[in-house]
Design a binder for this molecule. Structure first.
Ligand SMILES: [Zn+2]
Length: 297
């Protein structure tokens, strides 16, 4: 296949006047033993039904939002530091015509390693020296405060050093929020559990909306059908599961378009009810944000 042009990993869509571009960061590998709250056999059956190979993998996406002359990047991907098959965000953003200096704001859904390691290049130089980095105050408190709680939780502390190492060069650029509008046309939606400050971003313009919901779902073929399936890397798996049920119920009722960091590229879907659980509802090509929802008049 050498010589064939590489397919760029970006996908552009609109919510009213706001442009949203899904930027693929690549593929992460997982471990089925990371599942919590349900049996591994149930999870394996769902992967098998969908003809998945035995190795668990998931997509990883970031999003660029352009609104009122400003450009935000939602999460930075894994950079050169997580796995060879990820860290493609910058090259895919370049294919979409966007360079790091275009980005004035970085909105974090949360600050796990696969979402922040793209802040630094392989030579340990800052990629976004001018950007303002925004995160929920609870996220800052958990990972970055003096004597952070993340260091005291057995199943979390192995990530705590990585988070501090990558965020320290940016410390002066961090702004914390609790709620409200965090970027023009973008409101923070608290979705705690996966991490204490895990946050969704609701993009609204001219009656059209998209919710970037971060890591509500890691394995789409499993967690829509089995929302009780939590992950070992959920800081609080019980709360993460309650939040997943709540937001799945809401978006299945409203028809709200959602975009996710670990939904299959290009990372957006609607959600429908299926029995006592949910399923992805395909979005027709060219109809990403059309305002046909039952609730709108
Ligand atoms: Zn993630």
């Amino acid at each position: 296949m050498q010589g064939l042009p590489k397919t760029p990993g970006f996908y552009r869509f609109m919510a009213g006047d706001i442009e949203v571009i899904c930027i693929n960061d690549g593929i992460l590998s997982g471990d089925i033993n990371a599942v919590r709250g349900v049996s591994i056999e149930q999870v394996r059956a769902l992967f098998d039904e969908s003809f998945f190979p035995s190795e668990v993998r998931c997509t990883t996406n970031n999003y660029i939002i352009r609104s009122q002359g400003h450009t935000a990047l939602v999460d930075t991907g894994g950079g050169s530091f997580i796995i060879d098959t990820a860290g493609k965000m910058l090259e895919n953003a370049a294919a979409a015509g966007i360079s790091p200096s275009d980005i004035d704001t970085i909105l974090f859904t949360h600050i796990h390693p696969d979402h922040i390691s793209g802040l630094m290049d392989a030579n340990w130089k800052k990629i976004f020296p001018q950007a303002v980095l925004k995160m929920h105050a609870a996220e800052f408190e958990f990972w970055l405060s003096e004597d952070p709680p993340s260091r005291k939780i057995a199943h979390v502390k192995h990530e705590a050093d990585h988070v501090i190492r990558f965020m320290t060069p940016y410390f002066d650029q961090i702004e914390r929020f609790e709620r409200g509008e965090v970027f023009p046309g973008v409101n923070a939606v608290a979705l705690p559990g996966h991490t204490p400050g895990h946050t969704g971003y609701l993009i609204s313009s001219q009656g059209e909306e998209i919710l970037i919901w971060g890591d509500i779902i890691h394995w789409p073929v499993v967690q829509f059908a089995l929302p009780d399936a939590a992950m070992s890397y959920d800081v609080d798996p019980v709360k993460a599961t309650a939040t997943r049920w709540d937001i799945l119920n809401k978006v299945a009722s409203s028809g709200l378009l959602v975009a996710g960091m670990h939904l299959y590229f290009p990372g957006f879907t609607r959600v429908r009810r299926e029995g006592n659980a949910f399923a992805m509802a395909p979005v027709p090509w060219g109809h990403a944000t059309y305002a046909e929802r039952g609730t709108s008049s």
